[in-house]
Design a binder for this molecule. Structure first.
Ligand code: SAM
Length: 460
């Protein structure tokens, strides 16, 4: 009998990947994904704990779902309500206390055991709680999956050993773990067979990847990128998120030598002040980051950089904040995410002296975001008139329109027939907006392959 499954995903790409894998695990039990929770037999909130707001959103969504669940059970058909992901990992008992109507709470390392949990939820008189870090690797127990379309996520690394003083990841995702090379390549081949042309390699610290080949040889991320790029059908490779101090010469060489590796790199820096970077335990200085950006751009001159920033970290002075603005001006970013520092339980930073008042954080965030938006707009403007290769991956808002990604990760809108989803086309860029580009298809749908990341763009 088919049953409907609704998964709501919060947070990072790794959660998007995990949600797809949860659907794969539940498929043999007859669960079929649906787009709205209203009629669903099972609802999973796959949560994010990185900032306080992200966690609070989960509790308000649970309030809404409680009413839905009550209405459903009055009609005779119960709904299984589950909380997964990092909030579940960090606050399992708190969820059971605040939302006793939740049936299952499980962390990111436990979802391969979903069938067993579903069976237990049917029998149990309280929430099924599974937030262990089990010794067996979850990946060994996941089914192959049904593919994810033309661009697919592939988790190659999990966890973090860096212990940035602001960050919950080492506590919610555990220690760094790399999947063996053979498993990653097998999954890449499977994704390609299911239609993927672009693969995004994922990890909390993806460039800390060290995967074993036949239990012996140790591949870093640079080697893995070459391996995945060589898989038949994979024409574009990306990776995220990276830790600056783990970028090695082999990874830089991959940017120079592997044409399938797209010229876009998300490399979080967090702050431009050495004092703040040290207090964050980031293990690199602002100038080391500047030099790294230079080396990467020497290897791949059209490389577009993206980053993450935190403003208002404890002790951040006006001078420290100015150093962040200076770094942004010096490096130049094509895209960025910026956040107010959010104290996270269990991490060291909330106990530090000189917490920055909320209005100061807000003001700094607005100033930084203005500068970053100006840089993104400038970057997009410099693309007008260029011809870029675009992988068309979804319908646009208007009939007859498709949207794809440029090599530099911009969304590109073009007029094209729906059948061309999945094609890599040459697009002349006619217009730039704050967050996207518009263009005209000038090269016919490839049918085979267009030159990946053709490097027509040079960054000044
Ligand atoms: N691997 C990345 C790195 O280099 O640290 C971490 C990615 S993290 C999942 C996403 C971003 O969330 C971080 O880069 C950081 O900017 C932001 N973030 C993490 N903890 C935060 C906190 N307590 N307050 C505000 N922003 C935070």
């Amino acid at each position: 009998m088919t049953k409907s499954l609704y998964i709501k995903t919060y947070g990072c790409q790794m959660n998007v990947y995990d949600s797809a894998r949860m659907a794969d695990v539940l498929a043999p039990l007859g669960f079929v994904p649906v787009e709205v929770p209203d009629e669903a037999d099972m609802v999973i909130l796959n949560t994010c704990h990185i900032r306080e707001k992200a966690a609070e959103k989960v509790y308000s969504e649970l309030g809404r779902l409680r009413r839905l669940k009550q209405a459903r059970s009055h009609g005779g058909a119960d709904m299984i309500l589950a909380v997964a992901g990092c909030v579940a990992q960090a606050e399992g008992a708190e969820i059971a206390r605040r939302a006793p109507y939740v049936d299952m709470v499980f962390g990111p390392q436990a979802y391969h055991r979903l069938p067993e949990m579903v069976a237990r939820a049917g029998r149990a008189g309280g929430a099924v709680l599974d937030t262990d870090f089990p010794p067996e690797a979850k990946f060994d127990h996941l089914p192959a999956g049904s593919g994810q379309g033309v661009n697919a996520f592939l988790t190659v690394q999990e966890g973090c050993d860096k212990f940035c003083t602001f960050c919950v990841v080492p506590y919610t995702r555990g220690a760094e773990f790399s999947r063996p090379v053979a498993d990653v390549l097998a999954e890449a081949r499977h994704l390609a067979d299911a239609g993927a042309r672009e693969v995004m390699l994922l990890g909390q610290n993806v460039n800390a990847y060290h995967g074993l080949v036949e239990g012996k040889e140790d591949w870093g991320l640079g080697d893995l990128i070459r391996g995945v790029a060589a898989v038949d059908g994979i024409e574009r490779v990306r990776y995220t998120t990276s830790y600056p101090a783990e970028v090695d010469a082999a990874l830089i060489a991959a940017h120079r030598e592997v044409p399938e590796l797209m010229p876009f790199l998300h490399l979080p820096v967090q702050s431009g002040s050495d004092r703040v970077l040290a207090a964050m335990n980031r293990r690199h200085t602002a100038d080391q980051y500047r030099r790294l950006a230079d080396r990467l751009r020497q290897a791949r001159p059209d490389l577009a950089l993206a980053s993450d920033f935190i403003v208002g970290f404890p002790g951040e002075s006006d001078t420290d904040f100015q150093a962040t603005l200076d770094l942004v001006t010096d490096v130049g970013f094509a895209q960025a995410y910026s956040f107010k520092y959010s104290p996270r339980p269990g991490t060291p930073a909330p106990m530090m002296d000189a917490q920055v008042p909320e209005p100061v954080k807000s003001q700094r965030l607005a100033t930084l975001q203005d500068l970053l938006a100006e840089q993104q707009r400038h970057f997009n403007d410099t693309c007008v008139g260029l011809t870029l290769t675009v992988l068309l991956d979804r319908p646009g808002r208007h009939p007859g329109q498709l949207v794809g990604r440029s090599p530099y990760m911009q969304a590109v809108h073009v007029d094209a027939a729906a059948a061309e989803v999945g094609a890599i086309v040459e697009v002349r860029i006619d217009a730039a907006l704050a967050n996207s580009l518009g263009g005209t298809v000038v090269g016919s749908p490839d049918g085979g392959r267009a030159a990946p990341g053709d490097g027509t763009r040079q960054v000044a």
